[in-house]
Structures are given as C-alpha cells and as structure tokens.
Write a protein that binds this ligand. Structure first.
Ligand code: ADP
Ligand code: MG
Ligand code: MG
Length: 899
C-alpha cells in the first residue's frame, strides 16, 4: 500500500469526494475552499476505515501521515496539541459517505488533560470554561472510546446539580465543574482500571479508532439496513481544531436550515443555544431559542450567518443543513450538507428552486422520489371528530399515526412484534431509541425542537413525529403521561398524533384522503385557489415527468371502479385484468357444475350460463377504459380454488351419512375435490394448462371478450381488448390456445358483423418461457412479464410460505438486502426478463413488452424496466402516480434511490 494517501487537508478536497472523504469531510473541504470561516483540519479517508475494519488495525503509514497533518495544523493555529501552557484542542468526528445523522460518534476537546486544563483556563481567562470543556471530554471519551455506560456520567453530573439545588448546567461554577471532573475521573478509573489517558496524541489516536469502530455499532448497522446503505463503505474521520461556544454568553452553538425541512416554507429556520457546546442544541439539555432571536443576541454573527446560508444554498442549489458555533462573537461554520426533508418539503422546494432559477424542471424531477410521492398519498386525520385533543406540540415530521402508547423502545419493539400498532412516547429520544422508532407508527416527545434527535431521525425515515409537546408530563418509569387538563394516558391507551399540525389526541381519530390524492382524483384543480403549494408542486413535477418518460404506465385492475380510478390517476390502460374473482360469489355454483359436468352437454350448459355474466364484466371495464388497451388474462388459478374446502366438505358428508341421509351432490363434489387435490398447486393444473385440459373454458372467455367488444363498438365506443394467456412455458401450448381463440374470434366477428381483432399474447412467468422467448414470440403479439410468479419460480420460493417463515432471517444474514418480491432481483429474475425481452424482440421487432407483477409499481424496479426497454409497466391504481414519476426519473438518468 506504499504511496497511498490516507489523509487530506480540508483545502485539498471538494464536495464531489464524498465516497473518499465522507459527506462531512467533503463539505468541510468545499466550505473551506469557498473561503468560509471553517476551523482548519484534516480528513482521514474511508479507505483507511475499510483497511482498519478488514485488517483489524490502521494502515502502517497512517500514523506518520496523521503526524504530518497535525504538525501543519499546529503551525496554522500557533498552538501545540495538548500544550500545558496553551493547548490546541481538536474534535475527532465521524462522517460517512451517506449521511447517518446521530448514528456514529464524535469526541470534542481532545488534547485536554490535568495540566493543559490549567493552560486553557489561563489563556481564555475562564476557569469555568476550561473545566466545563474537560468534563465534556472525559464524558464523551469515556462513553465513546472506552465504552463506559454514558448514564454513569449523566447521573454524576445530575448529582452535582442536585447538590447545588439547580437543574441548569449554567449554574455550576468552576469549582463545581472541577468536582464533576473528579467524579468523572473516578468513574473512568473504576471501569477501565487506569487513569483517564493524559497523553494528547494517545487520546487522539484512540478516538480515531473509536470512530472507525462505531461504523459497526448496533444502531449504525440497523440504520444502514433500513436506509439500504451498503455495510462495507466505512466512515471517514475528521480532525478539526476546536472552536468554543461554551466561552460565555457571547458564545453559543446552533443548527440551521436554509428552508423549513418540514414544510418547505422559505425563511430562517433553526435553533440556537448560548454558552453551549456541540450536541447541547439537539440533546435538549436547556431550551434553545429560535434562530431569528440570534439577531438580537449577536447582530454581527447573525448577519454573517444569513449571508453564508444564502451563499451555500445557491452554491449547492438545494436546501442546506448547517451546524455553526459562535466563539466570542466570531462565527464559525462546522458542518453543512444537503439537508434531509419531508416528502412534502421535497416537492415544494424542488419547484421553488426552479422558480428561483437555480435548477430546471428535469432536475426538479430528479430531486423527488416515488417513495416520497407515495408518502404524500397517505390519508390525513379528519379534523374535529369525537376524540379529545390533549395538546399541541411541534409538527416535526408529517403523517397521521394512531397507536397504543408505549414508553420505551424495548416495549415498542415487543408490542409491534406481536402485531400491535404503537406510538412511542418519550421525553426525548437518543440514538438508542432507533429500533423503537422503527417499530412505532409514530413518535411523540415532550422535549426538544424541530432539530432534536427525534425530529431529525423521524423525518429521515418518513415516520410521523410530534416533538416538544411541553405540556405533557411524561413519566417513562411509571409508563404514563399526563396532559394539562389532568388526563392520564397509560401504557396501552390509544393516542393519535398528527405530524403535520403537532396535535395529539386521546383515542383514534378517523382519517380522510390527502390533498394530493384528491388532486389525482380530479377533485382539486391544481390551478385553482383551493389547491395548496404542495398540490401545485406535485402537479408540475408529474406533468414534466409525463413529458420526459418513455415508459407507459398501465394499471392492474379487475373492476370498473378500479379501472376508472386508475385512469384518473394517469394510467393509460390496463396491463392486467384478472378474471378469477369473476368466478366467485354466486357464480361458484356454475363453476361447480362445470367441474362436475358429466359429458360435453352438461359442461357446455355450464359454460353457456357463465358466458353472459363474463361478458357483462368486460363491458363495464371496456367502457371505463374506452380508447385504451385492456389486457385480459384468461383464468389462471387452479379450479379447485373455486370448490369447497376438502376438510369442511368431508365433515359435511360424514355428518349427513351419520344421520342416514346421504347427499348425492355432495358425495360427487367430494370425489371431485379429492381428485383435484394438489400437493403443490402453484406448480399444478393452472393457467394455460387449464385452457388445454378443460374443453371450452378459454373459448368461453374469448367469446365473452369479443362479444363485449362488439357490443361496445356498436354503442359507439372504442374498446381495445388484448388477450393474455398465463403460465405458458412452451410455444406449443400457446399455439394450441391461439388457434382456438382465433377460431372463436372469427365466429364472433361473423355473427356480429363487426371486426374485432384483439392482440393475443402471453405472460412470461415461467423461466422456460423467458429462455425460449424467441420461439414464443412467433405466436405472441405481446409479452407481459409476470414477475411475481417469475420470482417464485426462479428462486424456487413459494411466496405465501416463505415470506413470513424465514425472510427476516435472510434479510438479517444479508442474503438479500430487500425481498425479491418487493424489488426486482436484477441479477437473477432480471436476467431472465432481459433474455425474454431481447430474444422476443429479435424474433418479432414490433413485439409489445410490459410487466404486470407488483414490481411495476416499485421505484427501483421501474428503473430496471426502463433500462431493459420495456414499453410499459402496470401496477395497482394507487401506485400509478409513483410509476409515472419514476419512469420520468429513469428517463432523466436520476439515481434510483434519490438524494
Ligand atoms: P454529528 O455527525 O453527530 O452531527 P459532529 O461530528 O457534527 O457529529 O459533531 C457533534 C457536535 O460537535 C456538532 O454539534 C458539531 O457542530 C460540534 N463540533 C464538532 N467539531 C467541533 C469543533 N471543532 N469545534 C466546535 N464544535 C464542534
Ligand atoms: Mg454534525
Ligand atoms: Mg402468475
């Protein structure tokens, strides 16, 4: 590894080097090069972390390279690390390529020891400040580097506060803080068997390794799995000269957003805390003030910050999220990144930036994702109702969550595991609450602002959150909270929380469709005054996605109502109209007759009775989809699904015999059910096999389709049926059915005097069909990839059996990152799709290609279908807008997961 550069100065990097320098390091470098006031420092690369994790140690050259950069930093600052007279102090900060807020560790004030704390006091003229900084170092170092339970330090600090009769750390003076340091040192000694390390360089090196190790902390692993961040990327480490917000009331620390990450509203937005350091702002130790108040506290720093924020926003052309510190009226920038935001804010900000001339519409489409759009389609609470409003907190992350109150993450996980919906109620959350936040429907806290841990993490996950509901007395030990009117909510009581308004109710509040859904339904005109900014943004972005996309979007719908809704949502036809549900209900008897038919005449009579009913089904669907293609799949499931259950029927027969009144009909039925029993129905008599084995069945369906089409035409309509044969594995199967279908079509045309010529095609859902697609295409005018069955058959998984049984273990073991039923397995199933598409097109260049599995509405899979060159995707009505957007994003070369 000779010659490898493991360490870069901030002046050497740029924002495009996230993979190497991590997001934090890359952006610190970018700000440095923009000439912004960033304390100097350097970044140890993610390569070094990967080396450390792979080999269990740092690369041999790392020590020397760090020394070189440290010397340069010391020269720039005119101080030496840990110098007893005038110490340079540094922070050692984690920062991975993908933002993982609060997941990994940072240690501040590295370089302080029993001697240099005196030097710091002398140089700053504040004993209190020096001891405050030292106690913070021991606390963070003890917890993060030495693995000591952080609560021990919290408890010791609380004890000193209590002795002084105060709740605020500001009331502690230098002597009290020296006492705190003594107690902290004792904790370290007790738990590590040695004194707190005094050698500044040793402190720094240990902190660097601890940052590397924190990559594999439990919560970091959990977070990555949820956010689908690769587990082997590693984190960079940033070593930054300390600046101090805890030097007195003319100092402080804050966080800011260039726009509201909750709603997308423009304006000054953030929290500030005087005389504080680092995490104090988000940890909720004292109440922060809203950022605009900084103007009256320190006008100079405020004005400079505003200037920098607007500069950063135009530079990054996006919402930025900022950490800063004021040290004795001097502003320092400590971090920036393109900020996480709610789904609604993402849409609004994208169009705002277009209007401000910072990005174009193509980029606006790239900036939002199908998952975000899906979130905007969730129902909202109906206002009013019977439920009792308990309080209103801050609207930290939108959505409507209803669940039973639980007061710890462990309970949240336990209750959710047994299928309960829960709302996690805490005073404030910390990184250890991640598993509980994931398990809960929503999160409610009584402390902390919109930049608190709960708010930031919930927004990132798209989870509903109300924070800072200060009127609530939350008692996590007693598992209850008390509302201002005295109402007590115990564990297990149902509460409703609204992350868009911050309202909290006792009991279950009913929900109504979101404004975005009302827009899709055509109930809200985006140009009218009734529409809000969000609806207008969604409308503009989807309109543009429609203009740029190449993929068509159809829907999977079997009823006129679903067809009509999907059409309103933008579907251009039906890609899959299943016919099986049309054989249920009253029609079961006819199916029974068909199955039990004794001879051709009885069978034909049963089919003749079914045909007009079936025709009626199609008439209404063709009408709802007038002028657009409707792909009707002929009957697919095994026939015994329409027969009574074997056990139930056996009991009925046995009981009748016992009574001495045997029922002939039931006896025959039982024999049929027994005869048709399959031990593996998924691989049994179904699909095209049924069509070949049950005479007249498919012919009846084809006739119903053709007659319905003729009738629609006669009524002046424009029906466009397409006939789809399921489960074909060999071209011979298709040929035989096709011949029969063409004969029936010719008959109907002749009878009606109207020409209907539906396309005839097949599903590609058996691996053999994909592999022999060239031959099959000779007899098919279209292919529709049935990726649900294709996934089952390619993996040899029976979905109903395996998903609940062991998929979570497969996910835990990393065998796949996401279920192949949720997102198409590109390498395996996708390979078959590609082979099918390419060989099909080679045989028949105008072959129409689509997909009708659930993957048609999955963002990631839509990008794949675009790449493979399909003509359309088909998905459930509610996913249609998502597919439209993702098809547009795919055409624009957007990243699949979005930014
Ligand atoms: P995170 O990724 O969890 O935000 P950071 O590395 O940003 O962790 O650091 C934690 C806190 O410490 C932040 O508030 C940050 O602004 C502050 N901080 C980091 N480095 C310094 C420094 N050199 N001087 C002052 N404050 C710092
Ligand atoms: Mg930070
Ligand atoms: Mg199928």
């Amino acid at each position: 590894m000779a010659g490898v550069t493991w360490v870069y100065d901030f002046s050497e990097g740029s924002k495009d080097q996230k993979d190497l320098l991590g997001g934090k390091g890359a952006n610190l470098a970018e700000m440095t090069n923009l000439g912004l006031p960033v304390p100097p420092g350097f970044t140890i690369t993610t390569d070094a972390c990967r080396h450390y994790l792979e080999h269990g140690g740092t690369p041999p050259e790392l020590g020397d390279q760090v020394s070189e950069h440290l010397t340069a930093l010391e020269k720039a600052m005119g101080k030496t690390l840990g110098d007893p007279a005038d110490p340079l102090l540094v922070s050692v900060r984690s920062g991975a390529a993908a933002s993982m807020p609060g997941m990994m560790e940072t240690v501040l004030n590295v370089g302080l020891n029993d001697d240099s704390v005196q030097g710091l006091a002398g140089q700053s003229g504040s004993e209190r400040f020096a001891w405050d900084s030292y106690r913070r170092l021991i606390q963070m170092f003890g917890k993060t580097v030495q693995g000591i339970d952080g609560e021990l330090f919290d408890d010791a600090l609380d004890a000193v506060k209590e002795e002084q009769g105060t709740e605020s750390d500001l009331d502690l003076d230098a002597d009290h803080l020296r006492d705190v340091v003594d107690r902290f040192r004792a904790i370290v000694r007790e738990h590590t068997g040695r004194d707190f390390p005094q050698d500044p360089r040793e402190q720094m090196d240990l902190a660097i390794n601890a940052v590397f190790d924190s990559w594999n902390s439990e919560r970091a692993i959990l977070y990555r799995r949820r956010e689908r961040i690769p587990g082997d990327a590693g984190t960079a480490v940033n070593v930054v000269a300390m600046v101090f917000g805890n030097l007195g009331m003319d100092s402080g620390t804050g966080v800011a957003f260039t726009r509201d990450p909750g709603s997308g509203e423009q304006g000054v937005y953030g929290d500030y805390l005087q005389n504080a350091q680092g995490e104090d702002v988000v940890a909720g130790i004292r109440n922060t003030v809203p950022l605009p108040d900084l103007e009256s506290i320190d006008k100079g720093a405020y004005d400079e910050l505003m200037g920098i924020m607007s500069r950063l926003e135009s530079h990054y052309r996006d919402l930025c999220d900022i950490e800063f510190t004021v040290e004795r009226n001097k502003l320092w920038m400590l971090q920036t990144r393109v900020g996480k935001r709610t789904a609604g804010a993402a849409f609004r900000i994208a169009t705002q930036l277009v209007d401000e001339g910072l990005i174009d519409m193509d980029e606006a489409v790239r900036r939002v994702t199908g998952d975000q759009l899906a979130q905007l389609m969730f129902p909202r609470f109906v206002s009013g109702g019977d439920a009792q409003q308990l309080t209103q907190g801050m609207n930290a992350s939108p959505g409507a969550a209803v669940g039973k109150a639980v007061f710890s993450s462990e309970e949240a996980v336990r209750w959710a595991d047994r299928g309960e919906k829960v709302v996690l109620v805490r005073r404030e959350t910390n990184p250890d609450d991640l598993s509980g936040m994931i398990a809960a429907e929503g999160v409610l806290t009584s402390r902390g602002g919109k930049t608190s841990h709960a708010a930031v993490v919930a927004r990132g996950m798209g989870k509903t959150c109300v924070c800072g509901a200060e009127e609530l007395q939350v008692d996590t030990k007693a598992k209850r909270f008390t509302a201002p009117d005295g109402t007590v909510v115990e564990e297990g009581d149902v509460v409703s929380i609204d992350g868009s308004t911050g309202k909290v109710w006792l009991g279950e509040v009913p929900v109504e469709p979101s404004s975005v859904v009302r827009y899709f339904e055509g109930e809200l005109d985006p140009e009218s005054g009734d529409a809000d900014d969000l609806v207008r943004s969604v409308h503009r972005i989807l309109t543009h996605a429609d203009q740029v996309r190449r993929l068509d979007v159809r829907t999977n719908a079997d009823t006129p109502a679903d067809s009509a809704r999907a059409r309103r949502f933008g579907a251009r036809g039906i890609g899959l109209c299943r016919t099986e549900h049309m054989f249920l209900g009253d029609r079961r008897q006819l199916v029974e007759k068909l199955i039990l038919a004794d001879g051709d005449d009885e069978r034909q009579a049963a089919l003749d009775a079914l045909e007009p009913l079936q025709k009626q089904d199609f008439l209404e669907i063709f009408e709802a989809m007038d002028g657009l293609p409707v792909t009707v799949r002929l009957l697919d499931p095994p026939l015994h699904e329409f027969l009574p259950d074997l056990t139930e029927l056996s009991v009925r027969v046995a009981v009748a015999e016992e009574r001495g009144e045997p029922d002939e009909g039931n006896l025959r039925l039982l024999a049929a059910v027994r005869g048709m029993h399959e031990s593996n129905p998924m691989l049994g008599l179904r699909g095209v096999r049924l069509g070949l084995v049950v005479p007249g069945l498919f012919a009846m369906q084809v006739r119903a389709i053709a007659e319905a089409a003729c009738e629609r035409k006669r009524a002046g309509g424009d029906p466009r049926p397409e006939i789809m044969i399921p489960l074909v594995g060999a071209v011979q199967e298709l040929e035989a059915i096709r011949e029969e279908a063409e004969r029936v079509l010719a008959e109907v045309c002749e009878e009606c005097g109207i020409d209907v010529r539906p396309l005839i095609g097949t599903m590609i859902e058996v691996p053999r069909a994909a592999l022999t697609a060239g031959e099959i295409a000779e007899h098919a005018e279209f292919f529709s990839f049935g990726t649900n069955d294709l996934t089952q058959m390619t993996w040899g998984f029976s979905r109903d059996d395996v998903e609940a049984a062991f998929f979570h273990q497969y996910l835990d073991k990393g065998i796949f990152g996401i279920s192949p039923f949720e997102s198409l397995d590109r390498d395996g199933v996708g390979r078959l799709v590609r082979i099918g598409a390419e060989s099909g097109r080679a045989a028949r260049p105008d072959l129409k290609l689509g997909v009708c599995g659930e993957h048609g509405g999955d963002p990631d899979s839509v990008h794949f279908f675009h790449e493979v060159g399909l003509d359309y995707v088909s998905c459930s009505p509610f996913r249609v807008p998502v597919a439209r957007l993702e098809a547009g994003r795919a055409a624009l070369g957007a990243e699949r997961a979005g930014s």
